[in-house]
Design a protein around this ligand. Sequence first.
Ligand code: TXA
Ligand code: MG
Length: 323
Amino acid sequence: DTRLLHNDPQGIEAAATILRAGGLVAFGTETVYGLGADARNDRAVAAIYTAKGRPGINPLISHFVSADAAFEQVAASPLARRLAARFWPGPLTLVLPRAEECAISTIATAGLPTAGVRVPAGATTQALLAACGFPVVAPSANPSGRVSPSDAQHVLAGLDGRIDAVLDCGPCRVGVESTIVDLSGERPVLLRPGGITLEALEDACGAPLVTPAGSNDINPSAPGQLSSHYAPGLPVRLDADTVASDEALLAFGSELPGSPLVWNLSRTADLHEAAARLFAGLRFLDMEGRRRGLVRIAVQHVPGHGLGRAIRDRLIRAASPRP
Ligand code: TXA
Ligand code: MG
């Protein structure tokens, strides 16, 4: 069965030992919980795809203790170094050409000539990566297509019995996944909005990013960013300005009247608070709403600037038609 490891030196060492031996350990980052494996180990990497039910065409992000460690595995441009210096450790993933001597399993990069790399923040996450001393691949620790986990219990709800352990790192501070920027082409491209805002990135780049038709609509841009994703069991209705008595309500700011079940992302309409409460809210409304026989989750409008871009992206995917 899946072991729950505590956030202390023994727990961290136990997690590193399992990863070293080719096992799967979920751990918290500042964004969401990731399902970790030794990035160099083909078998361990393949086991991630099996545990999540993830399509093999969808590449994984490798996590490093430092930018220096990351840039041993990928070819870093001056712009990559600038963004790393500004935003790492933090919720930014850079897609860069694999280095000639890249140790990351080609299964993890789905056969692509590029690799997604990031240096996550958080004392426990950093301690785990330091104890490992090798790159750790980690997709979000949820069954493929479902809502991402922002605490250890969420991980167990989806993957108990399918992975070796969860390192309990407490709730995730940011709450939405990393922003992904592809730096392998001529101009930087935003593949996924996330915890670093587009505004902050454009400021750091000194130029606008390419945002493929809808980093904020339903066109998937990163390979495997399937349009239906983050899907709760109940259907989701966006930008509601009224709510029915058989709908759960995901509120933002002042709550619409009429729903028997409400989760407010942020009463003060604070986008940071809303991001941190997003996945827990979707999970709560889905579970409790189904238990009470409600038919849908209505979502109040969230503005599309700053962190709202990532929040809206996740909500649009949660509301997309299911395959
Ligand atoms: O915040 C995060 O990024 C979390 C934590 C655990 O680090 N991880 C995460 O992983 O969100 P995942 O697998 O759920 O999403 C990774 C995304 C996928 O959409 C994948 O297509 C994209 O990253 N990706 C990874 N490598 C890529 C590459 N070489 N080129 C383009 N997209 C890539
Ligand atoms: Mg994911």
